[in-house]
Design a protein around this ligand. Structure first.
Ligand SMILES: [Fe+2]
Ligand SMILES: [Fe+2]
Length: 215
């Protein structure tokens, strides 16, 4: 199997496929997850690099379908089917297609579908790392902006109100979800890098609180 030429051809397909996926889940996100996966792989050598990088490339391939179905389609489960098809069309062998599809299928860690292969665990952590650190802050503010949310609010305002409204700030996302991510990661390298990126976010929100509410 010629991995490099198949990877390049699939990259072009994904670039087109993810064109209208929204800023948080576009092809740039895929490229960052690929980079994170390579970083984690350097410390988690038990994983297969080719399976991992194809899984990272393909992991959100069904995002547009999930979006179009208003959440009825699970992009991880549907993405596993599409990923297997795309890889078969690229003449990759059956065990390889199955290994990549398994990692894509479990990357949301939802509905009882648990990442259990080394590649699946790294992909999960690589995807979550993109929600942390400076990139995570950028994505959280982009999402809040799309909801029409405020720049900042208090913990009471953030936690006492519904999602998708004016109080669904980046700070709410941090309080409700992002600060819990590193502890739930599946590899030691992911937990360590996640904790480092979380510290940066903590410092950012401390300063934001000081600028907005400090004396
Ligand atoms: Fe995803
Ligand atoms: Fe993703």
């Amino acid at each position: 199997m010629n991995y490099d030429s198949a990877f390049d051809a699939l990259s072009e397909k994904l670039k087109a496929l993810l064109l209208n996926s929204g800023a948080g889940h576009d092809y740039d996100h895929t490229l960052r997850v690929l980079k994170n996966a390579e970083l984690l792989l350097a410390e988690e050598p038990g994983a297969d690099r080719e399976v991992l990088r194809f899984a990272a490339l393909l992991h959100d391939c069904a995002r547009p379908e999930e979006h179009a179905s208003k959440g009825q389609v699970c992009h991880a489960q549907r993405g596993a089917v599409i990923a297997a098809q795309l890889l078969a069309e690229a003449n990759m062998d059956e065990p390889f297609c199955a290994a990549v599809a398994a990692a894509v299928r479990s990357h949301r860690y939802r509905d009882g579908i648990v990442p259990h292969t080394p590649e699946g665990k790294i992909l999960y952590d690589a995807d979550k790392l993109d929600s942390l650190g400076a990139v995570g802050l950028g994505r959280a503010f982009l999402f809040a902006g799309a909801c029409g949310a405020r720049v900042h609010n208090t913990p009471e305002e953030a936690l006492g109100n519904e999602a998708y409204g004016p109080e669904d700030t980046a700070y709410r996302e941090y309080l409700v979800k992002l600060r819990h991510l590193p502890g739930a990661m599946l590899t030691p390298a992911g937990r360590r890098m996640g904790a480092e990126r979380l510290r940066f976010m903590e410092t950012f929100f401390e300063q934001l609180n000081e600028e907005v509410y400090g004396n």
